[in-house]
Write a protein that binds this ligand. Structure first.
Ligand code: BGC
Length: 396
């Protein structure tokens, strides 16, 4: 049937046109405001990609939000591979952020104690900022008193990583890659590094590290999240119970460099073989606790150098949040946040005061390049450095 063109039908046609045009404008506006949001959809695990901020030179820093079916969310940014937010349920199902950090990029750029960051090339300290390899001495920045700490002035915590979101059978994945040039921060060899964060539906964050080099070098990568399982990020963590499967730990000197001794933990405040409150003995009259201003030592994990297994846990009784740590690394730096001093603003209000977060840093031992008796951290061309650590959150 032919449509007759009448005045009212012209009116409706015009009205429709106006609708279409304004509708388009509207959706353009929306897509503009969401310009920075790309969604990588999958059946179970959408990964959201947004812009977290800009570097001083204008380069954009991306933020990826990993989600799982249980409701956990982990935010990872391309600056330093930093975990800026990590929500976990308490025993009543309440999800709260359990890692220290900031809501925007600026405070990360202004300097902070490695909140949530990837650490490299060498996690922890190298004495006097020096080590020798094949008869040649390499000089590194002394950025911690007389010693080198966490990769130097501009370690992996302060570089921009390339980030790619992927969905796999295991869960939502962020793959971060970075090439550290030969001589960067004084280390030999061009190092190609890949770190993947996988969030599974079992509330596990599985972190896998890989690196290859074109010259003999040293590598010791770790993740520097500060946890506060209470969800009250400015409060002290002394009411958390820690378990560490370690018969010995590495006592340190005044610069927190291991002396080389493997000292039994038995009958000392360093014994965490049975879960114990951090606050229980932290103020004990103990020379090692005084040197670290609390716990800031590397425990020698009982599992030895090989194999992946559960080595540590943390429990916050009031909220019921429980975290297990699995790794294939031989050591665990348990740091009770002793140097936090209340000068940095906390997410959710207040400040990060002393002992408002703790770190469980899986790694090879500090100063290994200068300690022939410690497991080797040397990486040769043709070899692949691999390391794996998984944090599993639950309640009890
Ligand atoms: C070290 C602490 C240091 C902190 C950085 C930890 O890994 O063990 O001594 O102060 O990192 O803020």
């Amino acid at each position: 049937m032919m449509m007759r063109i009448t005045k009212p039908s012209i009116f409706y046609a015009v009205l429709l046109l106006v609708f279409i045009v304004t509708g388009c404008k509207q959706s353009k506006k929306e897509s503009h405001s969401e310009m920075e949001t790309v969604k990588t959809e999958s059946k179970q695990n959408p990964i959201e990609e947004t812009i977290f901020g800009e570097m001083p030179d204008g380069t954009k820093v991306k933020k990826f939000t990993l989600k799982n079916e249980a409701g956990m969310e982990v935010d990872v940014i391309t600056y330093g591979g930093i975990i800026t937010r990590w929500t976990a349920p308490d025993k009543n199902g309440l999800y709260e952020d359990v890692v220290l950090g900031f809501e925007s990029l600026e405070p990360y750029l202004d300097g902070n104690p490695y909140f949530g960051a990837l650490i490299g090339r060498y996690g922890n300290r190298i004495a006097n900022g020096e080590f020798a390899l094949e008869g040649k001495t390499y000089t590194l920045a002394k950025n911690d008193g007389d010693n080198h700490l966490h990769g130097g002035e501009k370690g992996f915590d302060k570089v921009l990583w390339n980030g790619v979101a992927k969905n796999t059978e295991e869960g939502a994945v962020i793959e971060l890659t970075y090439t550290s040039q030969d001589g960067e921060e004084g280390y030999p060899g061009k190092l190609d590094v890949k770190v993947t964060y996988t969030l599974t539906d079992n509330n596990e964050l599985d972190i896998q590290y890989e690196a290859v080099t074109d010259k003999p070098t040293v590598v010791n990568l770790t993740q520097h999240s500060y946890f506060n399982l209470s969800g009250q990020l400015s409060e002290q963590i002394l009411d958390h119970e820690i378990y560490l499967n370690a018969d010995t730990y590495l006592p340190v000197d005044g610069g927190l460099i291991p002396t080389g001794e493997l000292r039994p933990v038995a009958s000392t405040p360093f014994d965490f073989k049975e879960s114990k409150l951090i606050g229980k003995e932290i103020e004990a009259d103990n020379e090692q606790l005084k040197l670290g201003k609390g716990y800031d030592h590397c425990w020698v994990l009982n599992k030895g150098e090989e194999g992946f297994g559960m080595v540590a846990s943390a429990y916050h009784g009031e909220t019921g949040r429980f975290m297990e740590v699995y790794t294939n690394e031989p050591g665990m730096q348990f740091y009770s946040g002793n140097f936090l001093d209340g000068t940095l603003p906390a997410k959710g209000g207040g400040t990060y005061g002393q002992r408002s977060g703790f770190c469980l840093e899986t790694q090879h031992f500090p100063n290994s390049p200068n300690q022939a008796d410690f497991p080797s951290v040397r990486l040769n061309p043709g070899e692949t450095y691999t390391s794996r650590t998984m944090f599993k959150l639950s309640t009890k």
